[in-house]
Design a protein around this ligand. Structure first.
Ligand code: SAM
Length: 287
């Protein structure tokens, strides 16, 4: 019996409908992205080539990818790629999928400092550290994480991009020399245990809990960074933190109480209070 050959346009239409029924918010965009990955073409080609026949094996491969997405697996895990600022990064279950709001944290730090030595604490996939290495003129970029699997992913990304970032396994700021850095940047875990329990299963089932939860109040890692990062910084050095928008005021107060100066809160692209900037005071030891 001859194999049934399907036209690309109708295949994408059917699979797009499957994603829509599964509740995927942007089914057409995602179906095109998955076809682009399977067919090794650009999403625009998928539209232009709609009249072409699709080989049955390729169609089956596409349908398997669509099925994974319909079951809730993140698009970035299925394609294995995520865009972050100017970079295309590998992404999988070993680390948090980089979020668009974190791009703004990088922007904020780069608007204040572009040279010297910088540490990205809680580096995950390496998205922040690698962006700083590619866009800034830093003499050294260090990416820190306590997760060895996340660090392995970050090193793979660094190798693909040909960047020179040192990825180090450590517990937040412990183990670094006093005053070693001109800037510390971090997107730490910042959900409370209760918030994590309420989180959509599309995140909870696929991304590492270690990357998301930080104690009963969500402030464990953030509080430690505020207390400990000052020892890493030279006088006048910058701290840039991503924070939970519901706790931005509390975090700013905590920073001021611990002697940081020029403490300010900044909005993300959705207009939420998402970033804290602060400087180590010029008066030497903050005690
Ligand atoms: C919110 S994710 C951020 C990942 C990445 N920087 C990003 O923006 O996509 C937080 C990261 O902090 C790491 N982390 C959690 N607790 C840590 C600790 N005590 N020391 C070092 N890293 C930690 C997690 O493994 C995770 O990779």
């Amino acid at each position: 019996m001859p194999e049934l050959v399907v036209q690309l346009r109708s295949l994408i239409g059917e699979e797009c409908e499957r994603l829509r029924r599964a509740g995927i918010p942007e089914p057409r965009r995602e179906a095109l992205s998955l076809w682009a990955e399977v067919g090794r073409v650009s999403p625009a080609d998928a539209v232009v080539d709609g009249h072409l026949p699709v080989a049955p094996a390729r169609a089956a491969q596409f349908q398997r990818a669509i099925q994974r997405r319909a079951m809730g697996e993140p698009l970035a895990h299925i394609t294995g790629w995520i865009g972050f600022r100017h970079l295309a990064l590998r992404s999988d279950s070993r680390a948090l999928i980089p979020r668009p709001e974190t791009e703004g944290l990088v922007e904020l730090l780069l608007s204040r400092v572009q040279s010297g030595v910088v540490a990205d604490v809680g580096t995950g996939s390496g998205c922040i550290a690698l962006s700083l290495a590619c866009e800034g003129s830093f003499s050294r970029v260090v990416g820190v994480d306590c997760s060895s699997v996340a660090l392995a992913l970050a090193r793979t990304n660094s190798k693909i991009l040909g960047t020179d970032v040192d990825f180090v396994r450590a517990d937040l700021c412990t183990g670094f020399r006093y005053g070693a850095f001109d800037a510390v940047i971090s997107n730490p875990p910042y959900l409370s245990v209760a918030e994590y329990a309420q989180l959509d299963s599309s995140v909870r089932s696929w991304e590492p809990e270690l990357a998301l939860v930080s104690g009963s109040d969500g402030l464990e890692a953030t509080g430690r960074l505020i207390r400990e990062a000052r020892h890493l910084l030279r006088s006048g050095g910058w701290l840039a933190l991503e924070v939970d928008c519901t706790r931005s005021t509390a975090v700013a107060r905590l920073a001021a109480a611990h002697g940081w100066c020029d403490v300010s809160i900044h909005l993300d692209l959705f207009g939420r209070e998402r970033y804290l900037l602060a400087r180590r005071s010029d008066t030497g030891d903050l005690g």
